[in-house]
Design a protein around this ligand. Structure first.
Ligand SMILES: Nc1nc2c(ncn2[C@@H]2O[C@H](COP(=O)(O)OP(=O)(O)O)[C@@H](O)[C@H]2O)c(=O)[nH]1
Ligand SMILES: [Mg+2]
Length: 429
């Protein structure tokens, strides 16, 4: 009898423990790699992995309901940078502190990637590098844009990799199509001709839509309206060095509007009349041309001709407010009316670079030497052995493109009166 009741007690205790375990499992929320939870002052941001409908299509100038919230936890619009010093050199406190969430404020900024569903594994590699070298400690958001709806695989994979919130936007047709003033027959003949001449992407319609979109529309998508800064990331890029500080803060606190890591000469065949259109714009809008600009980066004869130097725009950290400014939008619209996105094959890299070069004071363009970067076929590997060791880079110094003849980065240094990094003379030429 006593043994029997002990058995019943055991059954009851066992059932109670089992129910308790089931209760805890079903009521605990899985945090995964949401590293920001409990680390920003306001805790986790809602809307992780938000889906958005198609943007309404008009060129938006005000925040849309399907945008990320204007107020985001951890983002400080006004703070004293001296209260939150960043480790900019190995001698600064905190340089070796690369574990855990980075202390200090966050800028109102996001990563942005234009991609197709088929790019999923290539963008996954890029995200992994950006997260490992930087964002796992900062948890910035990531906006993905596509001319078609993103599929579930794309959303699942990218959301699982990004430590911040992810947002997915479909580009309205008006931002990814021929404007009505384009003569289709003329555009078709150009593509045919470029195909025969084997101009890179010369016969592609979608590449032209992509270049026009990146030139004139990405920064006005509803999902980007509530952000101040962006960092563009393309599929299949690599980052080679640890980031010991927040480049968004470097941009904001130093009033930088545009930045680059690689620069080079554009293919002549893709932009025969881009500079003519630029000169027309400069004549029509002298008010948009900044005193103390970087004309010397773009032209060797005081603006008469374009030397084809441009910042390589597959990497950009920049100010969205600048791209949304009247000056920039006037420039884009003037170029768009001239039709060179379709009658030639103007790339967004020379368009952004010419705009930055002419409409910003030269001090507002920044070179991020510390960000080791690869986008086929070029590598930016920081200059100097000690620098690379301090930054924990894994790029081969022999691959650095910066000081070679086909790079324009020396011009940037000369124009700005900047001293080239120690050891540049020993780098590949
Ligand atoms: N959604 C979408 N993205 C595209 C398309 N074509 C290019 N892209 C994206 O635009 C960017 C530039 O294209 P990419 O193929 O890398 O060109 P490249 O870097 O100039 O050789 C990448 O982020 C691509 O994923 C397209 O037709 N649709
Ligand atoms: Mg690319």
């Amino acid at each position: 009898m006593a043994a029997g009741s002990a058995r019943y007690v055991r059954y009851i205790v066992f059932a109670f423990v089992a129910v308790t375990i089931v209760y805890f499992i079903t009521h605990s929320s899985y945090q995964g790699i949401r590293l920001q939870d409990g680390t920003f002052p306001g805790g986790s941001q809602g809307g992780h992995g938000s889906d958005t409908g198609t943007a309404s299509g008009d060129q938006q100038t005000s925040p849309q309901p399907n945008s990320p919230p204007a107020e985001r936890p951890g983002v400080m619009s006004d703070y004293d940078p001296k209260e939150y010093p960043m480790a900019m050199t190995p001698n600064d406190p905190g340089w070796n502190d690369l574990v855990g969430i980075a202390p200090g404020p966050r800028v109102n900024a996001t990563f942005v990637s234009l991609a197709r569903n088929s790019d999923v594994w290539d963008i996954a590699r890029s995200i992994r590098d950006v997260e490992d070298r930087f964002n796992r400690r900062y948890n910035y958001d990531w906006v993905f844009l596509n001319d078609k709806p993103f599929d579930d695989t794309f959303k699942k994979v990218t959301t699982s990799l990004v430590s911040g919130n992810t947002f997915y936007g479909e580009i309205p047709a008006e931002h990814w199509s021929f404007p009505e003033w384009i003569d289709q027959e003329k555009a078709r003949k150009v593509r045919e001709d470029m195909r025969e001449r084997k101009v890179i992407y010369g016969d592609s319609v979608s590449y032209r839509h992509m270049c026009r979109f990146e030139s004139g529309f990405f920064f006005r998508q509803p999902l980007l309206m509530n952000y101040e800064y962006y960092w563009r990331v393309e599929p299949s890029i690599s980052l080679f060095c640890d980031l010991h500080y927040d480049p968004f803060r470097v941009m904001k606190e130093n009033n930088k509007k545009y930045s680059f890591v690689l620069s080079l000469y554009e293919y002549k065949e893709t932009i025969p009349t881009l500079w003519d259109s630029t000169k027309k714009f400069m004549k029509n809008h002298p008010e948009h041309i900044a005193p103390g600009n970087s004309m010397r980066f773009l032209s060797d004869d005081g603006g008469e001709t374009y030397n084809r130097c441009h910042f390589w725009s597959n990497f950009e950290i920049g100010s969205l407010d600048w791209l949304r400014s009247k000056a920039y939008v006037d420039f884009f619209e003037s170029l768009d009316k001239d039709g060179g996105f379709f009658y030639e094959r103007w790339g967004d890299a020379p368009v952004h670079s010419i705009a930055a070069g002419l409409m910003l004071p030269k001090e507002e363009i920044h070179f991020f030497d510390d960000i080791g970067y690869f986008h086929g076929p070029f590598t930016h590997c920081p200059t100097g052995e000690q620098r690379k060791l301090d930054l924990r880079c894994h790029c081969n110094p022999k691959d650095n493109f910066d000081w070679r003849g086909y790079s324009c980065t020396s011009r940037y240094f000369d124009l700005n009166g900047l001293e080239k990094p120690e050891g540049w003379k020993d780098e590949p030429k």
